[in-house]
Design a protein around this ligand. Structure first.
Ligand code: DNO
Length: 362
């Protein structure tokens, strides 16, 4: 929301001044970008965020002429995901964080319910014909990893770096985490998610906080772990399980799009009123289990980006939207997927599509 009028708002994800190579001043100069999506980066899942810290974060962003359009993410503790005996303690903390965010006028929270790993890629810098490098995934590479030596082999594959989306403190205790999830199947995970959402809905209703679940990426089970936020059937099931508009979705085209059976514009239309946040990016498939993250432009990848934006426009989408993983171009050195240049191109392209769709509809 910008001012009092609800509109689609172009934003960029920002990793905070301590970690990000991209500055707020640079983001401010991307035409049409008015907000950032960020989080408190030195907190751990399960911890209560204080109002003071939230205020500091907002003040820093606002001093640069931008605003905090939403939080990505308030991570969910594994005790909640696994339904452990102490989950209520962590849910109480989550509720307190939501309360503090609401009191500081923040109304969008993106989160995920993926066991152990957040999004997973197997290459951080695959070279494309134009010399840019991109994140890529092959199922063969995942299948070659022995889950017993998970941390070592993943760290090795990535030259000692950790995936930008992964929470390092979770990587260190990966074996323990696998143990926690050993009796959790899809149904249990659904149940635990429902329990969590039912408990947090009252505070979301009170402060008008939109919860926006991020899909699992890739949209299938990896390393034998259950994954449920993967397709239309499951996401609609979740929407009706807790049928409150504050129980909503981050529509991420690049994550749902990993499964070519997912019809993205159709999914968007079926989620009318429940999409609170959109991540829009393109993928290029070399085979159904080998894909790379192309430029945002339709012609560079597999998705019809015009149809995706049109579906969002047609359902009356009014939340923040952001370009997603960008290619590394023009010699930029940044966190894989999260440099400035290609995401700025992405934002501009998406804004162009939106303007054309909006004007064409009049
Ligand atoms: C990847 C991101 C994800 C996302 C989380 C939400 O680039 O979209 O890491 O932030 O899954 O909790």
């Amino acid at each position: 929301m910008k001012g009092n009028k609800k509109i689609m708002e172009m934003t960029l994800r920002w990793y905070g001044s301590k970690f990000d190579t991209v500055t707020l001043q640079q983001i401010r100069q991307i035409p049409g970008v008015t907000g950032v999506i960020t989080t408190l980066y030195d907190t751990t899942p399960g911890e209560v965020w204080s109002r003071e810290r939230i205020r500091e974060m907002k003040a820093e962003v606002e001093a640069a002429g931008l605003h905090v359009a939403g939080i990505e993410s308030v991570n969910v503790h594994d005790a909640i995901k696994t339904g452990a005996a102490d989950r209520d303690k962590y849910i109480d903390n989550y509720i307190e964080t939501l309360e503090n965010l609401g009191q500081e006028d923040i109304h969008l929270v993106c989160y995920n319910f993926m066991p152990v790993f957040d999004w997973t890629r197997t290459e951080l810098a695959r070279m494309r014909p134009d010399g840019s490098t991109v994140l890529a995934y092959t199922q063969e590479a995942v299948d070659a990893i022995n889950p017993e030596n998970m941390f070592e082999s993943i760290a090795g594959d990535m030259n000692g770096t950790v995936m930008p989306g992964w929470e390092p403190e979770r990587m260190e205790k990966v074996k323990e985490l696998f143990e926690m999830y050993k009796d959790i199947d899809d149904e249990k995970l659904f149940e635990n998610l429902k329990y969590f959402l039912e408990r947090i809905m009252p505070v979301c209703d009170k402060y008008d906080i939109n919860m926006a679940i991020h899909p699992d990426d890739p949209a299938w089970s990896v390393f034998g772990l259950p994954r449920i936020i993967i397709n239309k059937t499951n996401i609609l099931r979740l929407m009706s399980m807790v049928d409150n508009p504050h129980n909503g979705v981050t529509f991420c085209s690049g994550s749902y799009g990993t499964n070519l059976k997912n019809d993205l514009p159709d999914m968007i239309r079926s989620l009318k009123g429940r999409i609170h946040f959109a991540h829009v990016r393109n993928l290029k498939f070399n085979s159904p289990t080998d894909f790379e993250e192309a430029a945002h432009l339709s012609s560079d990848g597999t998705f019809d980006m015009y149809e995706i934006m049109k579906a969002l426009y047609e359902i009356g989408f009014t939340g923040p939207i952001r370009p997603d993983h960008g290619r590394m171009i023009w010699g930029e050195v940044a966190m894989p997927g999260y440099g400035l240049y290609d995401r700025a191109l992405g934002a501009t392209y998406l804004n162009g599509l939106w303007e054309a769709i909006e004007k064409g509809a009049k």
